[in-house]
Design a protein around this ligand. Sequence first.
Ligand code: CP
Length: 362
Amino acid sequence: MKSVIDILDLSKSEIDSLIKTACDIAANPAMYADRCRGKKIATLFFEPSTRTRLSFEAAMLELGGNAIGFSEASSSSASKGESVSDTAKVITAYADIIAMRHPKEGAPLVASRSAGIPVINAGDGGHCHPTQTLADILTIYREKGRLSELTVGFCGDLKYGRTVHSLIAALSRYSGIKLVLISPDELKLPGYVKNEIIEKNGMSYRQTLSLDEAMPELDILYMTRVQRERFTDLRQYERLKDSYILTLDKLKNAKPDMSILHPLPRVNEISVKVDEDPRACYFKQVYNGKLMRMALILYLLETAKDKKREIPDYSGDGFIVNKLKCSNPRCICSEERELDQIFRATENGIYRCIYCEGKATL
Ligand code: CP
């Protein structure tokens, strides 16, 4: 039985196979209409969502199954103090697969270690969002016909943008990817993504403050929202929120076949006038997300026929348990005090929390 907490939980060949299934679902939806008859997905959303929750539910309904769940923490027993682990154990009695969104980073990993059914990370704080990445990957594949030899610009909030972190990790598996990282200094990529994904995999990248300067070379422009909900200092949010606004005028310098992606929701970082431009792909991403979630549900339910969980072994050299603390206040271990605090050694001598990739402190 497999869970998907990080996009790297899926191999390149598994992603290729999901793309193939998603394209087949798009071409032959009737062939899939009964494939999950009698199955239930539980959507456990402790944080707001439109696309991810409803697309998981639509995906299961279109596969002939059913959906149960909640859309805010206040309507679950988390509001009474129930832990993520206990919630996951309880839901195992009611459903066949879980999609979980949580503001605390690492919460879906904690759930996957307790649940007796597959768990899908539907977004954990500013950390990861692997199924948005599946939507992004399918969109790039359908627009460009390939996932390699592309110059991809990421623009906006690269610090808290979990979709950015997951997509960069996925692209690290493909050849000839050049990254252009466009952000204010305050919203640059976290060190673990830059050092342990981009540099470790020898990916080509450069950082710039200027979208205008980067625009002409891009095959893909991945715009992001500056996320108010992740800031502890709202004055900083106010200062940074309008850093980049994509307009038709700015697109004059872009390639005629550049694809514009955005995980959505948008606020004002893409003018609505851009929506009519043929390069705008963000509403296609929404549809592609449903297709990939259908493919993922089918795949994970297949793996769940073998009840044995893939449990990583944290007892070896390279791991330190309960001797250090996580420095990230957004980590699930800051909320659930009885969780084992587990850190893995990285090549540059830093220990990082297995839940959120935060640095260890004493
Ligand atoms: N892209 C995305 O995760 O959207 P929602 O927050 O609406 O789910």
